[in-house]
Design a protein around this ligand. Sequence first.
Ligand code: PMP
Length: 388
Amino acid sequence: GLPVCECNKCYYGSDCSQLLHDCPADVDSGDPMFLEAYWQQQAASSAVVISGWHRMSYSTDGKDYLSIELEKHIRILHQVVGNAVTDGKFIVFGSGSAQLINALVYALSPSNASSSPASVVASVPYYPFYKKQTNLFETRAYGWGGTTSSWANASVSSATNFIEFVTSPNNPDGLFKQPVLGSSAVIFDYAYYWPHYSPILDPADEDVMLFTNSKISGHAGSRFGWAVIKDEGVFERTANYLSLNTMGVSRDTHLRVLKLIKAMIAEKGGKGDIFEFGHRTLKARWSKLNELVSSSSRFSLQQHSARYCNYFRTIRDPSPAYAWLKCEWKEEDVCHEALRKGSIISRSGALFEADSRYTRLSLIKTQDDFDLLLKRMQPLVSHEEMAS
Ligand code: PMP
């Protein structure tokens, strides 16, 4: 007989074509499942088999729990994409870039107990993990210092040492960002500086740069990220943290990520180019949502324009990972709640320390999730007195 298939949770029927009446569009998380369709096309070339006897050891062939081949291919990936300079810099691996957030904060904080603690800061709207982790792990050497705007007007003593997070393109609004406090230490989070989401301008050449495989290949569940670090002392402190914390990343994950990165490099420029796939998919989603939202005066989106991209060697249309939606009416009703009433689960602007008239819609989940989002947005956009 026919295989019994499981339908996406909002659909039913023998061919899963029937939509459940009340099922909400869940566009809350940044789970990059839009890339599942890509890997289904690359099933054989991306498969990994690990025999029982393989990779059992605590030790790896590289220093500091790195695998030599994986580190080499990460450098090649940056080279072929042209998004970052890694020559003469150190690399560390993390269990997701999430693990590296606090590892880097620790490494950049004063090691001398008599120095005043570092203040960890970010500009609104910012990815909430920076604050949450810093509050969870704070020590005598560092603590959360709030938003950069809370310092901009104060007369900051030169003794204040900041560790500033700069996410560029930014989560949630997809805009390019720069440090604003003239901080001595800056962590540039380049999770979205890849051609799926962003034009590639000049290769980034910063002292501390954070990357995650989650948003490149889409394998968020493999928990793999890396940092590129210029200064040897900062590198050593980060490596020491990772050694004491988890003794490095799962060696099984090293193998899987190596296979994925090799596949992405091999397909570059051809029909199976993952960046081309990623850009094409997200560009189509952004333009559809943008068209729908533009037809209403009640909602607006962040502005993006087409820009020249050094990777595609042409002007490319925008394809951000998230829509930063603004509800334009003045009433108290916050945007996230208004959407919830219309069966859309989004991520409230308040979580990014922004005005609650903003909310974030993830555009990087499955095609079903996106299609349902459009379907649920339609009546909200056309229904003028929705907010009351
Ligand atoms: N930085 C940013 C800006 C992110 O959006 C995310 C994931 N949403 C991360 C870091 C962490 O990703 P991961 O731990 O999967 O590497």
